[in-house]
Design a protein around this ligand. Structure first.
Ligand code: PNS
Length: 159
């Protein structure tokens, strides 16, 4: 049984995240999408809102679960018998930061990190850009799953 995690802040999940999650799910027995709760205060959405959206958008993937973690990711991995961390790499600019985390996580707990290259359709996509575009009235409908789009519109209409 090979269980892996797809960690992130997911504020909110984008089509790029969903692409990596579904491709990871086709390669492993179980994928747990984990929201890093340390980062919650800075977000547009609460951790619980992010979890709800992730559950909804991954509901068609039977071997994908959703959870949150606080503290170190490797501690979550150890406690949940996770054999590897799966991360998407969009461009060379992601590489340095991701390699640093991967090497540190291996050093801390021997947890491996597997990198998947982003679908070129989504290589420019990140949550912070989506939020900025949506905030100023740009169209993000093709960048995020439909339930996320609706939540984004509702949240930004309030502000
Ligand atoms: O969406 P992000 O910003 O790429 O997510 C980063 C995240 C949450 C995966 C990363 O910051 C993380 O793992 N944080 C948990 C704290 C931790 O384990 N830090 C040590 C990393 S070597």
């Amino acid at each position: 049984m090979r269980r892996v995690v797809c960690p992130g802040s997911f504020d909110p999940a984008t089509n790029g995240h969903l692409d990596i999650i579904s491709r990871a799910a086709s390669l492993h027995d179980e994928v747990v999408v984990v929201v890093g709760a340390n980062l919650a205060k800075e977000g547009l959405f609460t951790v619980d809102e992010r979890l709800d959206m992730l559950r909804e958008v991954t509901s068609g993937l039977p071997n994908v679960g959703v959870d949150k973690f606080t503290g170190l990711l490797v501690d979550f991995c150890r406690a949940h018998q996770v054999s590897a961390i799966v991360k998407g790499l969009r461009a060379v600019s992601d590489f340095e930061y991701e390699m640093e985390m991967a090497q540190m996580n291996y050093r801390l707990a021997g947890v491996e990190t597997l990198f998947m290259t982003a679908n070129p359709l989504y290589s420019f996509l990140r949550s912070s850009l989506v939020k900025e575009i949506a905030k100023y009235g740009g169209d993000v409908a093709s960048l995020v799953p439909q339930p996320v789009y609706e939540q984004l519109r509702a949240r930004l209409a309030q502000s």
